[in-house]
Design a protein around this ligand. Sequence first.
Ligand code: NA7
Length: 552
Amino acid sequence: MTKPPEPAPDESSRRLTGDVLVVGAGVTGIYQLYRAREAGFSAQLVEAGDGVGGTWYWNRYPGARFDSESYTYAYLFSKELFDEWEWPEVFAEQPETERYLNHVVDRFDLRRHMRLGTSVTSATYDEQSATWTVVTDDGSELRTRFLVAATGVLSVPFFPDVPGREDFRGDSYHTGLWPETPVDFVGKRVAVIGTGSSGVQIIPVIADQVASLTVYQRSANWCTPLNNAPITPEEQAQLRAGFEAMREVLNTSVAGFLHPAHDRTASDDSEEERRAFFEKMWNSPGFSKLSSNYTDLLFNDAANAEWCEFIAQKIRNIVEDPALAEQLIPKDHRFGEKRPPFVTGYYEAFNKPNVSLVDLKETPLVRINERGIETTEGERQFDIVVWATGFDFGTGALMRMGIRGRDGLALNEHWADGPKTFLGVQTTGFPNFFFPGGPHAAAGNNPRYNGDQVDFSTDALTYVRDHGYDVIEVDAAAEDKWTAMVDRGAVDAPFGEKSYFFGTNVPGKPRKYLLNSGGRPKLFKEIEKVIRSDYKSFRLSRSSDGGDRRQG
Ligand code: NA7
């Protein structure tokens, strides 16, 4: 029998020409692909990972889990989807979330529109045809009318520039680039560098498996209990019955959380009442300690200091070694000045005889060598080093995609002094380019405000198409105004300049606020204005005549 001829290379898969190309199969990108297809666009998606999930694909380190309630983080666009998925815990662990996102992709038949394991190396706008040419690392060239980068804010892992990092002969992992094959910690000498949300999640989970665990802490964080719990069948039923009401709260709340705001300032209560209230907060789930705490907690120094002292006392009560407890109590920032981590058994882990802390403020890192880590205290040897050192937040992924807009303008140049955006979705000079869930988005429960931005971007594309245009670009004046609003608000933002929300964790990065300091209410207000004014803040045109029909 003769061998059948090799199939001809599928040109359509090598060189797609579609309306919308989405980059990134995280929570935002999956929803964007769904919305674009529902709106009748031919839409494709490329994703660097070999699986879908974005953050929930890459951050598969032991202990990774939500600190937003699972059902509030999930998609809310389909009641059927909500009804058929049962979150086993209030705060689901990473594998469950990855399963959920895969379920969504299959349920809405999105996988066949996705190309996984494919990274974008450049994206160039062609003014003549008003299209984007996107080149990927497998050499493919994809041409699309609209480019939507749903590349996330926490997607580029940051490694500090410690001398000798490459010399280490053991195994090194970054929490944000965790391998699919589980890492065997049993009996190993392990170092964890970094005590942000990721570090404090992995530490208690691996502490029991390892021979020794050394935590390298540069700054202590205000960690409070996550207070996770299983969701009982009765609670599942209640969640389903209350879906519409919950959706209403989540879709309109300032930070996308369910937790109601408190109605009192700290000074409305006596000292005794404040103690009782702080105890209630300590025992409350996740972010309620931020969103349901005293209304002046983040702005009243005395109230904040009292809450911090309450947490410090809790740490002293948990950690048996008093000197170690003091090292674990932050001295350099207030509660809420950085993104607070929520933990399960974190402080307790330091009571185990195999767990120790190296305080890098007292004994700074000197270098990594082939055996382990040197600080001014001396050398410690390891089999595994875990880098829990965070991300190039907000702009990291967009600045690495080789994006060039009109007249060859590089996004890196346009944003050399920090991002400039309108609504955190578009930037001037880059027509037909959207980046929902990127810099200048709101702050809070990510899928909620990222979803607002996907909805807005999809509605804008639909408007453009339905009105006979094929080019949309935000006006410089609208961009300037939104960016000025973000910068002005940043001065009073609860998150201080020590927080990675200002990019301060990455040397050389401009110190600019990367969230939307106007919050979700400002985003809603501005979106409403844009829609009411028939997209007046944008220039709409046709590539063939090159002019704005509305102005002609
Ligand atoms: P974070 O919160 O940025 O934490 C990074 C940690 O790494 C933090 O403790 C840093 O200490 C530490 N770090 C950074 N650079 C160094 C150097 N050079 N030496 C020692 N230690 C260092 O990242 P995560 O991954 O934990 O969390 C990110 C988000 O993911 C989180 O907010 C959630 O939204 C999910 P520092 O505090 O800067 O002194």
